[in-house]
Design a protein around this ligand. Structure first.
Ligand code: HEC
Length: 149
């Protein structure tokens, strides 16, 4: 009886670990979606003239991008390799094969956000910064994000 309980207990712990890893995947997916909203919706919207330039909204979006970049670097642990997001995109196994290159992409991305935080003061400087940030996103996605078909 004791042995059965032990096995059941261990199974429960194992399942708990899997769902904790699945939570990590859900967290990073949410942050990536927020990135999309901040860069494409808030900043991109101003660049396209859909919204008036608003320094407070720019600062808030850049601050969120900056914070999410810091959190995201911790949300790709080895234990999540191969886990599916259930969404349109998954992570490529290359992340865990070329970890230092993947981390370098994050470092370069964070640096670009830091630069935008100091350079963006008006619509002209925003227009210059948005494509630079967009290239950082796509530069990583090209290699490390897989589109589910
Ligand atoms: C260093 C790499 C890297 C950078 C930089 C990066 N991403 Fe991602 N992104 C990924 C990976 C990997 C995935 C796959 C998601 C997963 O497995 O959780 C992803 C997924 C996404 C998704 C899909 C989320 C979903 O599943 O619905 C969006 C949207 C996204 N990223 C937006 C952005 C935007 C916008 C930026 C820049 C502001 C950005 N990302 C920067 C690596 C990166």
């Amino acid at each position: 009886m004791k042995r059965i309980l032990l096995v059941v207990g261990m199974l429960a712990i194992g399942l708990g670990a899997v769902s904790a890893q699945q939570d990590v995947v859900a967290q990073r997916q949410k942050l990536m979606k927020d990135n999309g909203k901040n860069l494409g919706g808030v900043l991109g919207g101003m660049v396209k003239g859909e919204k008036p330039y608003d320094q407070a909204a720019v600062d808030a979006a850049l601050t969120q991008l900056d914070q999410s970049a810091r959190t995201l670097t911790t949300l790709f642990p080895d234990s999540t390799k191969g886990l599916k997001t259930g969404g349109d995109y998954d992570s490529s196994p290359k992340i865990w094969e070329n970890r230092s290159d993947f981390d370098a992409h994050f470092a370069s991305y964070s640096k670009a956000i830091g630069e935008a935080k100091t350079s963006v003061k008006d619509l002209a400087t925003l227009k210059a910064a948005v494509p630079v940030l967009g290239k950082q996103c796509s530069g990583c996605h090209e290699t490390y994000r897989l589109k589910n078909t």
